[in-house]
Design a binder for this molecule. Structure first.
Ligand SMILES: Nc1ncnc2c1ncn2[C@@H]1O[C@H](COP(=O)(O)OP(=O)(O)OP(=O)(O)O)[C@@H](O)[C@H]1O
Ligand SMILES: [Mg+2]
Length: 249
């Protein structure tokens, strides 16, 4: 037996082509990826490179045309929608690029819902929700509906929702995409706390400050991993917000 811990996430040979109106989009063209327990991986790359598609595959929201994904060593090849939904409730928190909040539920209910679905007692779900929203600077917005919030606020609610069940793995697609620097700092602080507790993060971002707080940066280009670099010399590792590191290039 190997004494290496099982990776929290492993993917091999992932391929995904989208067939829409125009020419087929070869969004993911053969990706191998391993995320260790507790690792924080940033994924950067130009628009259209396939980053969101990759994240959707990793979270079971889309099925690959080829390739396999393992969660904690379990092969997901045979998982159907229902099984993936359970995994997302228990093991994987997801922040989508375009939030996907439930528009007719309040902010509080959006955040508490995954916890309640996972069987967390309502009192505890409420306490978690209050703590997360306070950390993200959203105290007082509990009763608002998503449509009454700014884009940045909705984004933070989506992050709170993804974290409420303390998933071992967080997949986040541009969680600070439309935030100002204060909002970005709040998101970074929360991600760092999550990381320090030993949880793993795969973060798609254009933001060099966010990427610089990761352990590893993957450059995604034209459906493939073009570069995969550990960030070293990490005096701010795990704190994330106290300085900006240069990305190794
Ligand atoms: N549902 C879909 N139907 C058809 N084509 C799609 C679909 N989703 C994505 N694509 C195409 O696949 C390619 C990759 O898209 P994807 O959204 O994964 O890129 P991205 O790296 O996340 O870009 P961005 O940084 O702009 O979010 C693009 O060419 C896009 O137009
Ligand atoms: Mg995207």
């Amino acid at each position: 037996m190997s004494d290496r811990p099982t990776p929290v996430l492993r993917a091999e040979g992932l391929v995904k082509t989208h067939y829409g109106e125009g020419a087929p989009a070869h969004a993911v063209r053969g990706v191998d990826l391993c995320v260790r327990q507790g690792e924080f991986v940033a994924v950067t790359g130009p628009s259209g490179a396939g980053k969101s598609t990759l994240l959707h595959l990793l979270g079971g929201l889309q099925r690959p045309d080829a390739g396999s994904i393992w969660l904690d060593g379990d092969c997901t090849d045979a998982y159907g929608e229902a099984r993936w939904a359970v995994e997302r409730r228990k093991r994987i928190g997801i922040v989508f690029q375009f939030f996907n909040l439930v528009s007719n539920l309040s902010v509080a209910d959006n955040v508490e819902l995954p916890a309640l679905l996972a069987g967390v007692p309502p009192k505890q779900a409420r306490a978690e929700r209050e703590a997360l929203l306070a950390e993200l600077g959203l105290a007082g917005k509990e009763r608002s509906m998503p449509g009454e919030l700014s884009g940045g606020e909705q984004q933070r609610v989506a992050l709170a929702r993804a974290l409420v069940n303390h998933p071992p793995l967080l997949l986040a697609d541009e969680p600070a995409g439309s935030l100002d620097s204060k909002g970005t700092r709040e998101v970074m602080r929360l991600l760092s706390r999550f990381h320090q507790r030993g949880q793993s993060i795969v973060l798609v971002t254009h933001d060099a400050r966010l990427a610089s707080s990761a352990d590893r940066v993957i450059s995604f280009f034209d459906g493939r991993i073009a570069d995969d670099a550990e960030l070293d010399g990490m005096p701010t590792r795990g704190t994330g917000i106290s300085g900006v590191l240069e990305l190794r290039d």
